[in-house]
Write a protein of this length. Structure first.
Length: 451
């Protein structure tokens, strides 16, 4: 009965008053779906959530906020509307749904989201609305999940619909579905004016550091990362960043490179924007099936005006170093290493848990990786000084590469002392505009980020 129309009646507890869903409404508590796919792709939020509304072209958009949070209704409505309007304009101004529902869970801590045909569900920490940096990231998440209503729910890999619900659905195209979406999400909040250039560069900077500080990029290709989602990406081990890559972050960087490649090869006449619009026209011509990787390459080459065999071989199917810095240079942007080569660095990422300084990443190429500090080790002291998140930099100050230090750790309840000879620090990168920019660089930049 997968193709049958179905009706859903909701019986709320007496103290619950509201229902938020992407399903079409028959009455206040009765909904319908044209088939099974739409039914299970339509989450329902039931309770006493705060529901905000706005309209675009007469079509209603509902923002369902569940839980307490320090936000202002008018700011949320304004920002969500701007994102939606910018993306609708991008795809020609035609809205592909009769109504849309944003479901936002306000939680103590957490994040992430999941897209649906005419709705999405996302999480955001309820007290973080007043933190401008964290709120910008939240808007990036909103833009990401909303863009999926085109890129994934309509423009989709052929493996991702119609679904076979009896097994996992493997695809090598998540670097397009998620990676390209991760490129466009923050670009849209820049284009609609919710962030400025410097704030947009911070998003690129975070993706750049997430990929370029780790050696996983030399061990796993984008297509392999996409295919291995079920068995690796959502089952990350402590060595993930050293042996694998995320098709989100590396996918976004390769999408940015592809975008600039097309811009420079077409004398700033075309970009990845045009590729997305052609793919959407493909969907509108035949909604029953998705794209193949061959079709993606074919469209990119048609827009580019020439073959992209080497690009695909090195950066999609291969593990060659991605020359992001070179591509940024075409747009008048540069990458600088902000680390002090004379300073000490353990080559780890850490966080405080219940007052304890816990290692969450050990970076291949750093001192800790070479001398045996592990994921989930608690760092107790360095050179007999008790450490915490606030004072570890002070304790390491004055110590330079080549010096030996003694680190006391707790590993699964056992106390160990480990001696390390400090290596050069792992680079930390910053991205900014060049001081002197040519007319061509400015032209490329404006084609990429039209103001």
């Amino acid at each position: 009965m997968e193709e049958c129309r179905c009706v859903l009646t909701v019986e709320l507890p007496k103290d619950w008053k509201k229902i938020s869903t992407g399903l079409n409404k028959i009455s206040e508590d009765v909904f319908y779906a044209d088939n099974y796919d739409i039914l299970i792709d339509s989450p329902l939020e039931m309770g006493n959530q705060n529901i905000l509304e706005f309209e675009i072209q007469g079509i209603k958009h509902f923002i369902c906020l569940t839980g307490e949070g320090k936000y202002k209704d008018e700011i949320i409505i304004n920002d969500f509307r701007k994102i939606a309007e910018e993306q609708i304009k991008f795809f020609g101004g035609k809205i592909p749904y009769e109504h849309y529902t944003f479901i936002i869970h306000l939680v103590e801590k957490g994040g992430g989201g999941l897209e649906h045909l005419n709705s999405f569900v996302a999480q955001f920490a309820r007290l973080n609305f007043s933190d401008e940096n964290l709120y910008r990231k939240f808007l990036g998440l909103v833009s990401h999940e909303y863009f999926h209503l085109w890129n994934v729910k309509r423009i989709r890999p052929f493996e991702l619909g119609p679904f076979d619900y009896n097994k996992e659905n493997y695809t090598k195209s998540l670097w397009i579905a998620e990676g390209w979406t991760s490129f466009f999400d923050n670009l849209f909040i820049r284009r609609c004016g919710l962030i400025n250039d410097e704030e947009y560069f911070e998003f690129i900077e975070n993706e750049y550091n997430d990929v370029m500080r780790f050696k996983g990029r030399f061990h796993q290709s984008l297509s392999e990362s996409s295919f291995d989602t079920w068995i690796k990406f959502y089952r990350k081990d402590e060595n993930f960043s050293n042996t694998q890559i995320s098709y989100y972050t590396k996918g976004a960087l390769v999408a940015m490179m592809l975008n600039i490649e097309i811009i420079k090869n077409t004398n700033c006449e075309k970009s990845l924007d045009d590729v997305m619009r052609i793919l959407y026209k493909d969907y509108e011509k035949d909604r029953s099936k998705g794209y193949t990787q061959e079709r993606i390459k074919e469209v990119c080459e048609s827009v580019n005006g020439g073959e992209l065999n080497e690009f695909w071989k090195m950066y999609v199917y291969g593990t060659d170093e991605i020359p992001v810095e070179e591509y940024l240079g075409f747009a008048g942007m540069e990458v600088t290493d902000t680390t002090n080569s004379a300073s000490a660095d353990l080559g780890i990422e850490s966080r405080t848990e219940n007052g304890k300084l816990i290692i969450i990443k050990v970076i291949d190429g750093g001192s800790s990786y070479k001398y045996g500090l592990n994921f989930r080790d608690e760092i107790i002291s360095v050179n007999n000084f008790r450490v915490n998140e606030e004072n570890i930099k002070s304790i390491l100050s004055g110590i330079k590469p080549g010096d030996e230090i003694k680190v006391i750790i707790s590993r699964e309840g056992l106390i160990k002392e480990i001696s390390l000879t400090l290596l050069k620090p792992i680079p930390k990168f910053k991205i900014k505009r060049m001081e002197i920019i040519t007319d061509l660089q400015e032209k490329v930049f404006q084609k990429w980020i039209p103001g």
